[in-house]
Design a protein around this ligand. Structure first.
Ligand SMILES: Nc1nc2c(c(=O)[nH]1)N[C@H]1C(S)=C(S)[C@@H](COP(=O)(O)O)O[C@H]1N2
Ligand SMILES: [Mo]
Length: 176
């Protein structure tokens, strides 16, 4: 009898532990969903030496908005992209207009590309927040994506530039 009671008690304890584990997992999932936006926060970091500017979507939306219609290397259909021009972000960071400096763009998946600021002055390169009016989701390779006006300029239809179409853009760093 004693042994049976012990087993019952042990079983109840295991039950309680399982219930606890399941509810803890549930809470973690809820927290993950609630903070999905915080995963990409600050959404974009601009850096030049000591100067650091951190921008959330709200602040990007408050800047001058630009639009661009182009296909991409991944999507042959023409998309209607909206966001902020790369050169406007450089101005926001305090880069002198037209100044050509080394620049690195990094993504949330740790992709990086070394280039210069020149592209942003030569072409209307867009840091896109929306595609066809909808915020960029993870499946659109968002929330921020670099879009070159490749349908408008033949010279941009080149693999050298394809590497600069950073998806999941996280930061832009300019060498002072
Ligand atoms: N975040 C992120 N962006 C990225 C990459 C990447 O791995 N991660 N690959 C780059 C490369 S090498 C290319 S050629 C272009 C186009 O993508 P594709 O290779 O799928 O055509 O995306 C670029 N953007
Ligand atoms: Mo590539």
């Amino acid at each position: 009898m004693l042994m049976k009671a012990d087993r019952c008690g042990a079983r109840r304890r295991v039950c309680r532990q399982v219930v606890c584990a399941v509810s803890a997992l549930g809470m973690m999932l809820l927290a993950a969903v609630a903070h999905a936006e915080a995963l990409f926060s600050p959404m974009l970091t601009l850096r030049m030496g000591e100067q650091v500017v951190e921008l959330e979507l709200e602040q990007l939306d408050a800047m001058v908005q630009s639009e661009l219609q182009t296909s991409t290397t991944l999507q042959p259909q023409i998309g209607h992209w909206q966001g902020v021009l790369g050169r406007d972000l450089l101005a926001h960071l305090g880069v002198e207009e037209g100044l050509v400096r080394p620049m690195t763009m990094r993504s949330w998946d740790d992709y990086r590309i070394d280039m210069t600021t020149e592209d942003f002055y030569l072409w209307d390169v867009l840091i896109a927040t929306r595609l066809n009016g909808q915020p960029l989701e993870a499946e659109d390779l968002g929330p921020l994506r670099v879009i070159y006006p490749r349908d408008q300029h033949r010279e941009l239809q080149d693999s050298r530039f394809d590497h600069r179409w950073v998806w999941l853009l996280r930061s832009i760093e300019v060498t002072p």
